[in-house]
Design a protein. Structure first.
Length: 485
């Protein structure tokens, strides 16, 4: 096994830090407009840029064309970790929080688009800091998809087939044009949807600044809000319907959305088996939840029951995490449904976290094939998605990913119950929420994690990062095999 290509890793990490330093200038501008203390953001920007150049300059002329899977995994993981560590500075220097773990929790929750927060009074935070929270989610949403398409064929989990990618090698000459083209398409549709949502939010009862922040955190299925009570603060049916639609859109494949909207080829999206299953199951969950709310007389009209059901189901199923109601009061049945939805979440190639509907679909089809084999042992029934037969190795990768995914949920839940005396439902919901990048949990963590213990936050940070990087990436780096020469 060859040595790890440190120059390549240093170059990419450095570039990302420099970009982050530039991005913070937008937050600096907002702080100037609202006459806030600019030094926390200015210093943070300079630190990002300085560290970026320290990483980048020694390898700026490096042009190695071939990298291995280890470099891919290590680059992605280090990028997210370093951005999250340095990203704590705006919170700490502005004294939004004086606790490093809280600042790290908030930052990694942003970059991973989880949306879990330690702040109870977000409306008291400086505008520049609130914009920083929103930008971390917007970057995390598009960034992880671009990283995924570029690197997931190297890290397994069946993701290459789910993305319909044919890139199985590791040579840049062969794949760079294709990756660049895909990345440009994704960013184009992502930016288009963000701007469209921004305009629609402005039409409603949302001010300019709030519309900017919510357009960034909605399309990224992140869930951070500028209001203490999230979208529920506006008490606007118009906003709830608009946000519901865009949370759903954000949980669909961005590549398919590009063809459907900008290339005017909606058949690509409408014929996609994963998207149809996702929409169908989401619709069933909305009907079940609405019926549950009507049965318990939660809201005065059928429309209000439907609206709240639509919003919360879409929010949880897309891994966004916005709230318009106290879902903790909706009973144990909805709690089980909520955790189930958070575990699966959106489609492959979207900004959503979780297992992904594509893997869930493969699991169902493989299970169906096993039933057929029980009846006809000699019958060979391949697993097909969108009419294409999946390789046996892809199915095995999906099975392995699923096992590891739920193993981490159970392990995380047990550690939470052991170290912080959480109840079973709290432990399971918190672990599921973190690894699926959903945000809200059940029990005492529906709205925020201010009172979560030190170990709870550390465990959640690990699960948030593991979930956002498709689990295998982080776990593989922790194995001795990864570091053998």
């Amino acid at each position: 096994m060859s040595r790890i290509n440190c120059k390549f890793i240093s170059r990419i990490v450095g570039m990302m830090c420099i970009i982050e330093g530039v991005v913070l200038l937008f937050c600096l501008l907002v702080s100037l407009i609202y006459r806030e203390n600019i030094f926390p953001i200015l210093i943070s920007s300079l630190v990002f840029a300085t560290i970026g150049f320290v990483f980048f300059l020694p390898s700026k002329n490096y042009r190695e064309k071939k990298i291995g899977s280890r470099e891919g995994m290590l680059t992605v993981t280090l990028t997210w970790l370093i951005l999250s560590l340095i990203g704590t500075l705006p919170f700490l220097l502005s004294q939004s929080t004086n606790n490093f773990i809280d600042a790290f929790f908030e930052t990694i929750s942003g970059f991973t688009t989880t949306g879990a927060t330690i702040f109870t009074e977000v409306e008291n935070l400086p505008k520049g800091i609130l914009l920083w929270r929103s930008i971390t989610q917007w970057q995390g949403g598009v960034g992880i998809v671009v990283f995924s398409i570029a690197l997931i064929p190297l890290i397994g989990g069946g993701a290459s087939s789910l993305f319909n990618a044919e890139t199985t090698g590791i040579t840049h000459d062969r794949f760079l044009p294709r990756i660049t083209q895909v990345a440009k398409r994704i960013f184009t549709i992502y930016l288009f949807l963000t701007l469209l949502l921004f305009i629609l939010l402005l039409i409603g009862p949302m001010e300019l600044y709030d519309a900017i922040c919510h357009s960034l955190t909605c399309i990224s299925t992140g869930g951070f809000s500028t209001k203490n009570n999230s979208i529920g603060s506006y008490n606007s049916p118009y906003l709830e319907y608009i946000v519901s639609i865009f949370m759903f859109i954000g949980s669909l494949s961005l590549a398919l959305l590009y063809f459907a909207i900008l290339r005017k080829q909606p058949q690509k999206l409408l014929r996609d088996e994963e998207s149809r299953w996702y929409a169908g199951i989401l619709g069933v969950c909305v009907i079940i939840t609405m019926s549950w709310l009507i049965y318990h007389n939660e809201y005065p009209s059928i429309e209000s029951n439907f609206r709240h059901a639509l919003f919360q189901v879409t929010s949880l199923f897309s891994s966004t995490g916005y709230l318009t109601a106290d879902i903790g009061s909706w009973g144990a049945f909805f709690g089980i449904l909520a955790v189930s939805m958070m575990a699966v979440n959106g489609c492959a190639g979207s900004t959503s976290g979780g297992l992904k509907m594509g893997r869930f679909l493969i699991l169902l089809k493989n299970l169906n094939n096993e039933f057929h084999k029980r009846v006809s042992p000699n019958q060979v029934v391949p697993v097909k998605v969108n009419g294409h037969t999946l390789a046996v190795s892809t199915v095995h990768q999906v099975l392995a990913f699923t096992f590891l995914y739920f193993f981490l949920i159970l392990t995380g839940a047990m550690l939470l119950m052991l170290m912080n005396d959480h109840s079973f439902i709290e432990g399971i919901s918190v672990a599921t929420s973190a690894i699926s990048n959903s945000g809200p949990a059940l029990g005492s963590f529906v709205n925020n994690f201010e009172h979560a213990g030190f170990f709870t936050k550390i465990i959640m940070c690990f699960l948030m990062l593991a979930g956002r990087l498709e689990v295998f990436t982080v776990i593989t780096i922790l194995t001795p095999t990864f570091w053998r020469k």
